[in-house]
Design a protein around this ligand. Structure first.
Ligand SMILES: CC(C)(COP(=O)(O)OP(=O)(O)OC[C@H]1O[C@@H](n2cnc3c(N)ncnc32)[C@H](O)[C@@H]1OP(=O)(O)O)[C@@H](O)C(=O)NCCC(=O)NCCS
Length: 137
């Protein structure tokens, strides 16, 4: 199977929304995915930085991965996150952080495989239980 990694364009919008509906509608537990909009993302990253004791650093968060069920387990997320980590380093970020629900095996596995280290398990202010992972770039 040949995979094409590309940035999403305006014309991909409908397909993207369909992907979001399918994946989020089929989650084994809704707590596996934190739904957020841009303003929430902005304030969340500040909270995440505090949780990791990284407020002084330029920090990039890996997250929001959605793969259709029939394409899972083929290394798509592992490869994408490896590319994202390389890009973050090129862009001058100091740390990569990420978090996953403890029962979300696919998420935890990909983060550990690309070299992030488990920091701690915590409940975020929005009530979501998460395993926190980080890596110095
Ligand atoms: C999490 C997710 C993005 C992973 O994507 P992916 O492209 O399948 O990931 P990869 O193929 O790179 O790696 C997943 C690994 O976890 C394993 N895995 C996934 N679910 C598993 C389960 N329930 N039990 C055991 N292993 C599991 C896969 O077998 C694979 O390991 P392997 O290569 O050693 O076989 C995908 O499962 C998904 O879209 N989940 C629903 C949305 C979600 O929860 N997103 C994460 C929140 S940010």
């Amino acid at each position: 199977m040949e995979l094409l990694y590309k940035k999403i364009e305006e014309k991909d919008k409908e397909q993207l929304f369909k992907l979001i509906d399918i994946v989020l509608g089929g989650l084994p537990d809704q707590a596996h995915f934190i739904p957020y909009e841009q303003w929430e993302l902005d304030s969340m990253l500040d909270e995440f930085k505090k949780e990791f004791n990284l407020t002084e650093y330029k920090v990039c968060e890996l997250g929001g991965n959605l793969v259709l069920p029939e394409y899972r387990g083929k290394g798509i997320t592992t490869k994408l996150q490896t590319m994202e980590m390389k890009l973050a380093k090129e862009l001058g970020f100091d740390y990569i952080i990420s978090m996953a629900h403890p029962d979300n095996i696919g998420s935890c596995k990909t983060l550990e495989r690309i070299g992030l280290e488990f920091v701690k398990e915590t409940t975020l202010s929005n009530g979501f239980l998460r395993k926190l992972y980080m890596k110095k770039l």
